[in-house]
Design a binder for this molecule. Sequence first.
Ligand SMILES: [Zn+2]
Ligand SMILES: [Zn+2]
Length: 110
Amino acid sequence: MAKKKVATKAEREHMSKVASLGCWVCQRPANVHHIRPIGLGIGRRSSHYDTIPLCYDHHQGQFTIHNCKQQFEDMYGKETNILQEVKKRVADMEQANDLFNFYNTHKGEI
Ligand SMILES: [Zn+2]
Ligand SMILES: [Zn+2]
């Protein structure tokens, strides 16, 4: 079986953007949770891009996505739907950053 894949720089940057959104449920400082790919064989690692932000309590605590997934999804929505929303927000964030960088780079010219 393959060793744990080390995240590339781009993947790490993506994950830090995901984490910077704050916990999906309570907005507290978060870590990333990897969505398990559905319908793929065992051994297929989930992608570092398929991550959602969750704080410890909503991630590894008692009634969480890891310990009580059904209950978690009943309360907060399916993790695949959350993932779509998270990806949208990160894309918005990237767009805002691009504009900001563009403005800063071209400040003297405008
Ligand atoms: Zn939380
Ligand atoms: Zn997790």
